[in-house]
Design a protein around this ligand. Structure first.
Ligand code: BF8
Length: 622
């Protein structure tokens, strides 16, 4: 395929060509070699959960292979596989959230000099929200109680998860009635592993209901804790300007790319890169300075709070190294292609891991903990400066001029832009100037022309006066397309243009990384409560047009279980079971008031989301 068929971006085209010329392979090359994929796996009908198998369940009625050795049919196998898929995603987000609790714990215990409570006001506010006494108490005492409350969400709760108070009453009653109120993050994940062991939960609908409960423990539990404690420790995002695309990599600077998800490491790398002695060292090595830029979600975290430039999203990660101007890629965990070690080895680039739970064979490892974070970050920056002296200037090609973006729309920032209350937003929705709101979230997947659907869907929705919220890898896509600046209103319908124009905000708002989809859930809860309705009554939707990961599936599942219809651009591996597929696409509507839609064409997807919004507006009498 030509580079133009693989991505919509010129910076990607140039780097795909350079990679080819230099004999470097990328995800697109490997996808070609992996295609066609195993049909059984695509349908979700392979089972490797025990060694009486592995089994392949045929979906052909006359086949002799309709049952696994244990007797499990396609419905059971597909539901088990999907359940474990959701558990994997919930575990990723929530274990990230737990890491933030551990950092706050280290701050409370005095075990770190490197991290601090930078938002005492937010800490006190959320502590009060989860029922902790705050009046007349020392900040450290309140923080200590908050740490305990958050840890409790990970075990088995006797009462509800801490932030379930943000869920409208109607929805909580529904969850209780259906039996999917989450009882604890680790509990729901562990129970999914238990249920999907051979000989346990052999009723596909029952397994699916638990996958909803498991995902809810992520969205309203682990992810929400991750978001809120990151704000407490590193600051609540406020609107600011930055830039994006591979042009943010600077030919004359020591370029350090932070990649992964957790701000705990990347914030320290940025802090070290700003130490005057290290900047002097970089200059002494011949560079003009040190440039820290972001990839994927840890990039989003630092973009939102510190305004660092964004080099790219998921499919740009290998290509960023191909510029030949990257001294180091510093990673924590999740969504980091192991191939990056090899790509880095083709250059002077150091590939540096920092987490004990995410080591990569062939990488340099600088383990970061709360007590040694700044020392390790300093050593990483020094190593990057050393790498700069080894850069082959003849192989450098930086393919684009950076594009302006605006970021930092936490719920607090949105409320503040609205003058402290949701009323102007609700009035704009009632008046039809904003007809609805859709969150476009998630990834790139080499099976889809990179960002064609992420950007295409956003533009289609804007035209229809639908406000778009983005997180994760859709952020860079929207930014590169010029949608994350106030001038982007030119692509919006008249009503949206008027509202965003008056507020001076872009028509697409950046709410953060993938764990920050919890901000969108929280916002839905706030609006629903203000209107006195359930989340499923709101004119809202969600979409992940180019998703690939278990985490994205967990997000989709908790959005649906919270009452938000969710579009997926590609189907999960469930099509081998009619029962599971029908529940996902229809049956869930009767159970939780929302369902999944799968549609590869983004114009059709926009029509489906628009129709849903129209229906919900009628339901609200608008
Ligand atoms: O958590 S959007 S490719 S980087 S999974 Fe990964 Fe998808 Fe990007 Fe962030 Ni989310």
């Amino acid at each position: 395929k030509r580079p133009e068929d693989l991505s919509i971006w010129e910076d990607a085209h140039a780097m795909i060509r350079k990679a080819k010329a230099e004999g470097i392979e990328t995800a697109w090359d490997r996808l070609e070699r992996q295609t066609p994929h195993c049909k059984f796996c695509e349908l979700g009908t392979t089972c490797r959960n025990c060694i009486m198998g592995p089994c392949r369940i045929s979906t052909k009625p006359d086949s002799k292979m309709n049952l696994g050795v244990c007797g499990a049919d396609a419905d059971v196998v597909v539901a088990r596989n999907f359940g474990r898929f959701i558990a994997g995603g919930s575990a990723g987000h929530s274990d990230h959230g737990r890491d933030l609790i551990e950092v706050l714990d280290a701050i409370v215990q005095g075990d770190t000099e490197h991290y601090h409570i930078s938002e005492p006001e937010k800490l006190t506010r959320i502590a009060a929200e989860v029922g902790i006494a705050t009046e007349g108490r020392e900040l450290n005492e309140i923080a200590s109680d908050l740490v305990d409350e958050c840890y409790k969400d990970f075990g088995s709760r006797r009462s509800s998860l801490a932030f379930l108070s943000r869920v409208p009453e109607q929805r909580r009653v529904l969850w209780d009635r259906v039996g999917i109120t989450p009882r604890g993050v680790d509990r729901e994940i562990a129970e999914m592993m238990h249920r999907t062991h051979m000989g346990c939960d052999n009723d596909a609908p029952n397994t699916l209901l638990h996958s909803a409960r498991c995902a809810l423990s992520d969205g309203w539990g682990g992810s929400m804790i991750g978001t809120e404690l990151s704000d407490v420790i590193f600051g609540t995002p406020t609107p600011s300007r930055s830039v994006s695309n591979l042009g943010v990599i600077k030919e004359d600077k020591v370029n350090i790319l932070v990649h992964g998800h957790n701000p705990v490491v990347s914030e320290m790398i940025l802090a070290a890169a700003r130490i005057p002695e290290l900047v002097e060292k970089a200059k002494a090595a011949g560079a003009a300075g040190i440039n820290v830029a972001g990839l994927c979600c840890t990039g989003n975290e630092l973009l939102m709070r510190q305004g660092i430039p964004m080099a790219g999203n998921h499919l740009m990660t290998e290509l960023a190294i191909v510029t030949g101007a990257v001294e180091s890629v510093v990673v924590d965990y999740q969504c980091i292609m192991p191939s990056m070690v090899t790509v880095a080895q083709c250059y002077h680039t150091r590939f540096i891991t920092t987490a004990e739970k995410a080591k990569f064979t062939g990488a340099m490892h600088f383990e970061v903990h709360p007590h040694n974070a700044l020392e390790q970050a300093t050593a990483i920056v020094e190593e990057s400066i050393k790498a700069y002296t080894e850069r082959d200037k003849g192989r450098v090609e930086i393919p684009a001029e950076p594009v302006e973006i605006m970021t930092g729309f936490s719920n607090e920032a949105i409320l503040s832009a609205l003058g402290g209350t949701l009323t102007p937003l609700i009035d704009a929705i009632k008046a039809g100037k904003i007809r609805g709101i859709v969150g476009i979230v998630g990834c790139n997947n080499p099976k889809v022309k990179q960002d064609s659907a992420n950007v295409g869907l956003a533009k289609e929705l804007l035209k229809r006066d639908i406000l778009v919220l983005v997180t994760g890898c859709v952020t860079t896509a929207a930014g590169k397309a010029g949608l994350l600046v106030p001038e982007g209103i030119e692509m919006a319908g008249e009503g949206l243009k008027e509202v965003c124009g008056a507020l001076g905000i872009p028509p697409v708002l950046h709410l953060g990384s993938c764990v920050d989809n919890s901000r969108i859930m929280h916002l839905c809860g706030l609006v629903a409560k203000e209107l006195g309705v359930d989340i499923s009554d709101l004119p809202v939707g969600a979409s992940s047009p180019e998703w690939y990961s278990e985490k994205a599936a967990a997000i989709g599942m908790y959005a649906v279980a919270s009452g938000v219809m969710t579009h997926l651009g590609l189907p999960p591996n469930i099509l081998g079971s009619e029962t599971v597929t029908n529940i996902a696409l229809e049956g869930l509507e009767d159970i939780v008031g929302a369902h999944f839609v799968v549609e590869g064409d983004y114009v059709k997807a926009a029509e489906l989301l628009d129709a849903r919004i129209r229906m919900k507006r009628v339901g609200l009498g608008l």
